[in-house]
Design a protein around this ligand. Structure first.
Ligand SMILES: NC(=O)c1ccc[n+]([C@@H]2O[C@H](COP(=O)([O-])OP(=O)(O)OC[C@H]3O[C@@H](n4cnc5c(N)ncnc54)[C@H](OP(=O)(O)O)[C@@H]3O)[C@@H](O)[C@H]2O)c1
Length: 342
């Protein structure tokens, strides 16, 4: 099958192909990208084989390309954390899914390819109103947002959440999900102009990620600290975000866009009885992911079907343009997801 080759792969492996793949240079990093031929997966116990119609890029793909985020043990080395498509065949022990079903899938890897094997617990049916491109843009951001707002962050109706790097794919879905949960939503980032575009999705106030953040967050929340920070930026600014929390507030650390080092006042954590929670999705067990997908779906199926929750797409491109898409994500200025169609 055609696939974006693993970033350290140097040769093709599909026995029925003589093709050598194509290389499309677009930037220093992206010119390492190569579409070529890779073994078509066989669905194992409890898995289905999906014919991929669309897939999407994630910041984690860039980190994997830089050697900073290797796939978990047993996962495909082909990049790609989400896709949409049609079930082609069922492995042993699959129940409730049929060949021909339109599905979207959360993946530990392998989505940037023509075919992918998916554990049945990581599948969701595609709502009628979504095409394959929009469906491919949903699983990773949606399950990340659900995991960290709800399972880890314990966000409740009537509470206030502050989302940093909110114009990201994860952030732009988390804004909608938090609003759908009944929360008040403050968004923070480096460019107020870009954040303004999140207001129609449910953002109540847009704040700059700078030293004014703790006071600005309180001013936007009736003088109170926020209940929860969904932290997608990390780095030295973490101290600001801790300062924006109320007594007993939680900060769920999900992304390290601004770096993995921070100096924080531990006394503040003690005095304010704050909780600082680190969270990753990809390395969780199949049982955990299955439970998260089920919980998300039981909440989100209806608002997705009604268009009240929707994936935010920056652009849709042909799979052959994947190197340019990676280069654009690395360059920044993207709001929402970059989607590739096959
Ligand atoms: N822990 C997990 O399980 C998990 C799962 C999924 C994603 N993530 C993480 O969540 C984050 C978002 O992922 P994504 O795929 O949604 O990203 P993305 O769509 O590529 O978005 C990148 C966003 O980050 C902002 N940004 C870039 N560098 C920044 C910096 N130094 N400081 C502040 N903001 C910065 C950009 O905003 P401006 O350029 O407009 O400022 C842009 O809005 C990433 O850190 C990713 O690794 C974690």
């Amino acid at each position: 099958m055609r696939a974006l080759l693993p970033f350290d792969a140097t040769s093709t492996t599909d026995s029925d192909s003589t093709a050598t793949g194509s290389q499309t240079p677009a930037s220093n990093e992206a010119n390492r990208l190569q579409i070529g031929f890779w073994l078509t997966p066989t669905p194992g116990q409890g898995e289905v084989l999906v014919k991929v119609h669309a897939t999407a890029l994630n910041r984690a793909d860039l980190m994997q390309m830089r050697g900073q985020y290797p796939p978990p043990r047993g996962a495909s080395p082909v990049p790609g954390l989400e896709c949409s498509g049609i079930i082609e065949s069922l492995g042993p022990g699959v129940e409730g899914w049929q060949p021909g079903d339109r599905v979207m899938a959360l993946l530990a890897g392998g989505g940037q390819a023509e075919w992918v094997a998916v554990p049945q617990g990581q599948l969701m049916p595609i709502p009628d109103r979504l095409d394959f491109a929009h469906a491919a843009a949903l699983p990773e951001v949606a399950i990340t947002a659900w995991t960290n707002l709800v399972a880890e962050g314990e966000l409740r109706s009537g509470q206030t959440v502050l989302i940093t790097a909110a114009a990201s794919g994860v952030g732009s879905f988390a804004v909608q999900l938090a609003r759908a949960l009944g929360a008040r939503v403050l968004v923070a980032g480096r460019h107020l102009g870009r954040l303004e575009r999140l207001k129609p999705l449910g953002a109540d106030a847009c704040l700059l990620l700078d030293d004014s953040l703790p006071e600005a967050a309180k001013a936007a929340n009736n003088g109170q600290g926020v209940d929860l920070v969904l932290e997608l930026a990390g780095g030295q600014g973490l101290a600001q975000r801790l300062g924006a929390l109320r007594h007993g507030g939680r900060l769920v650390l999900v992304g390290l866009l601004a770096g993995s080092r921070a100096e924080i006042d531990l006394g503040l954590l003690l005095r304010q009885r704050l909780r600082l929670i680190g969270s990753v999705l990809r390395a969780r067990s199949l049982a955990e992911k299955t439970a998260l997908v089920e919980d998300f779906w039981s909440f989100a199926a209806a608002p997705l079907a009604a268009g009240k929750l929707k994936p935010i797409i920056h652009d849709v491109r042909p799979f052959d343009d994947i190197a340019e898409a990676y280069a654009d994500m690395a360059a920044g200025g993207v709001l929402g997801k970059l989607v590739l169609t096959l």
